[in-house]
Design a protein around this ligand. Structure first.
Ligand SMILES: Cc1ncc(COP(=O)(O)O)c(C=O)c1O
Length: 502
């Protein structure tokens, strides 16, 4: 039997023929992106029928597009499979959206993830090596990548960034550091770096790519915060343009996409596309939300068309904020050639104000920031912010700093940036090893079974397989005492820790 599959598709896989030619902007597509965004177009068409109750879906999601049960919390939810297109055809649509993103970033493989850069990092870890192989990894990695090493059974060879003594913040990992690691570990399967770092510091990615390629291995980059890089001449190139073989980036961080949306991009050659697909699918949901996928597609179309202008506005807004903040006695901003120019990182030590108190005032003013610890505040400014909003935020921040002024102090580098781990067991071995819970002081000198990270930034201070030192424990205790969030610990009070038994 043959089935005419195309007739069963709601989109026919060819989106442009159905796109309405509207002269009046559609309020649901205010910038007219749908003509270049097939997933967005499909979402608009689906929800146009679903919202007035024209559909009677006998498929998931179980809310059946009704809002009289749990309310509008499910409004706009459309599955990729069976929503944006029929279950049997949505892959064609998905592939079309992903191919457009691949072209924009100069990659030849791309997948849209509805599970953040967390999933992307884990997919790439699963794609680059085999269990037991070594991999050169930055130690200021996000916890998601560490769990990627657990999943893939890779053994990390840590490389550490240079530290900036003036700010107590990490710079980039030096190319020579990676070269030395590659020489000392010739069987390593890849180099996996985080660029830009959480605080926007950037290094020589082209140099890293050359070093990795000379050693015959791919360079993979966690660029979670950097989906806008490469879209304005005053911004650094993105990782793929700099020569990386793969990168992951959160569309929901730097771009106006739905929370959880991320892109995984690769230039195949050193990486096998089929293996990349297998690795990606291994831990991705079988029911991706079409709304998230469509928002990634829309953000990509926006970046392609208006990215340069929007990035120019972002750069102006951040430059003005930096200029204003520098006028405040004692207040600093992270800046210079090694810092991504759209990043705003505020240095408080010279004002004596405590970051957690400043953050509380900002939350009370309806302006929550991404990260605050004693010495640093990291607001996230994106292409969605206009200059007035950023200026208003800057004024509120300055007022909060003035309210909490105190004697100036030296910045104390956060535990996340300074940890020098002693890896006793591979992360995977420790993750699966029998473990027991012991009082924290008795855990010093034992091997950690758990990952513990102050969040943000989500960089593990203790990871499975690492020796628990008094320094690491005290650093975690200080974060907690200071009001920081201790994430992923079985006991977030840090009274007990989980150690490898035996
Ligand atoms: C460097 C880095 N990589 C990956 C992630 C994970 O991103 P997501 O929240 O999109 O899963 C984060 C999250 O903050 C991060 O900071």
């Amino acid at each position: 039997m043959t089935v005419d599959c195309r007739q069963a598709s709601t989109s026919g896989g060819v989106q442009t023929s159905r796109m309405p030619d509207r002269e009046i902007p559609d309020p649901r597509d205010p910038r007219g992106l749908r003509a270049d965004a097939p997933l967005l177009d499909a979402w608009l068409r689906f929800t146009e029928r679903a919202q007035p109750g024209e559909l009677t879906p006998m498929s998931v999601p179980g809310h059946k597009q009704r809002q009289d049960l749990v309310g509008p919390v499910v409004a706009g939810d459309a599955p990729l499979y069976g929503g944006l297109d029929t279950i049997k055809h949505a892959d064609v649509l998905r592939a079309e959206g992903e191919a457009r993103a691949a072209r924009l970033w100069g990659a030849d493989w791309c997948r849209f993830s509805v599970a953040g850069s967390t999933h992307g990092n884990q997919a790439l870890a699963l794609a680059v090596g085999s269990p037991g192989q070594e991999i050169i990894v930055t130690r200021i990695l996000h916890r998601s990548l560490l769990l990627g090493l657990v999943l893939a059974g890779l053994r990390p060879v840590w490389v550490r960034p240079e530290m900036d003594p003036a700010s107590g913040l990490p710079g980039a990992v030096a190319v020579d550091t990676v070269r030395a690691a590659l020489e000392a570990h010739p069987r390593a399967c890849a180099v996996f770096l985080g660029e830009p770092s959480y605080v926007g510091t950037i290094g020589d990615l082209a140099g890293h790519a050359a070093a990795a390629h000379e050693a015959g291995v791919p360079l993979v980059v966690d660029a979670a915060w950097a989906a806008h890089l490469g879209f304005h001449p005053d911004l650094p190139p993105h990782a793929i343009a700099a020569g990386a073989d793969a990168m992951v980036t959160s569309a929901h961080k730097a771009l106006p996409a739905y929370t959880q949306g991320a892109l995984v991009l690769a230039r195949t050659g050193r990486l096998d596309p089929a293996r990349l697909d297998r690795a990606f699918e291994a831990t991705h949901t079988t029911s991706p939300t079409g709304s998230i996928m469509a928002s990634i597609d829309a953000a990509r179309a926006l970046l392609a068309r208006d990215g340069k202008d929007l990035c120019a506005r972002l750069l102006r807004a951040v430059a003005a904020a930096k200029q204003r903040l520098r006028q405040v006695p004692g207040l600093g901003v992270l800046d210079g050639p090694g810092v991504e120019s759209a990043k705003l990182v505020v240095l408080l030590a010279g004002t004596g104000a405590h970051g957690i108190a400043v953050e509380a005032d900002l939350i009370a003013a309806g302006m929550p920031v991404e990260m605050a610890d004693r010495d640093t505040v990291v607001p996230i400014v994106t292409i969605a912010d206009d200059e007035d909003q950023v200026a208003a935020f800057t004024q509120t921040l300055v007022a909060a700093v003035e309210r909490h002024r105190g004697p100036p102090r030296h910045p104390a580098p956060a535990a996340a940036w300074t940890v020098v781990p002693e890896t006793v067991l591979a992360p995977r071995e420790a993750f699966f090893a029998p473990n027991k819970t012991v009082p924290a002081d008795a855990a010093v000198g034992r091997v950690s079974a758990e990952l513990i990270a102050p969040y943000p930034p989500g960089v593990p201070v203790l990871a499975p397989g690492e020796l628990i030192t008094a320094t690491a424990l005290n650093a975690l205790r200080e974060v907690r005492a200071d009001g920081g969030r201790i994430a992923y610990a079985a006991d977030p009070t840090l009274a007990t820790l989980q150690v490898v038994a035996g």
